[in-house]
Design a protein around this ligand. Structure first.
Ligand SMILES: [Zn+2]
Length: 107
């Protein structure tokens, strides 16, 4: 998808339409994600040591634990994460919901 470098959007701070600069934030990998998230390395190492996380059945599920850190059913595309910077007040707003795109061109 081709995305224009600059587009007119509503700035929530200025409360009017102003030209915004479009940039894409880098999607964070598995290591950068939070240690409490499902499938994080820390969580997995705790589970391997027998230290349960959470309540009830200590974070165990009816299926086998993930031993390899390969996402099963890996998706071919990444979701976009656009940042819109207001040209007047420099306020950066984040894209509400990303789209799954194979290729993104900011021009
Ligand atoms: Zn603004």
């Amino acid at each position: 998808m081709k995305v224009p470098k600059q587009m007119k959007r509503l700035c929530p701070k200025c409360k009017k339409h102003t030209p915004h600069k479009v940039s894409q934030a880098k999607r964070k990998g598995l290591n950068a994600t939070h240690h409490q998230t499902w499938g994080s390395r820390k969580r997995q190492s705790l589970r391997n040591r027998g230290v349960g996380i959470g309540m009830g059945n200590r974070g165990r599920f009816s299926r086998k634990a993930i031993t390899k850190f390969k996402m099963t059913g890996k998706k071919l595309t990444k979701k976009t994460d656009f940042r819109y910077e207001c040209g007047e007040c420099k306020y950066v707003s984040v894209q509400a919901t990303g789209m799954r795109l194979k290729k993104v061109e900011i021009q």
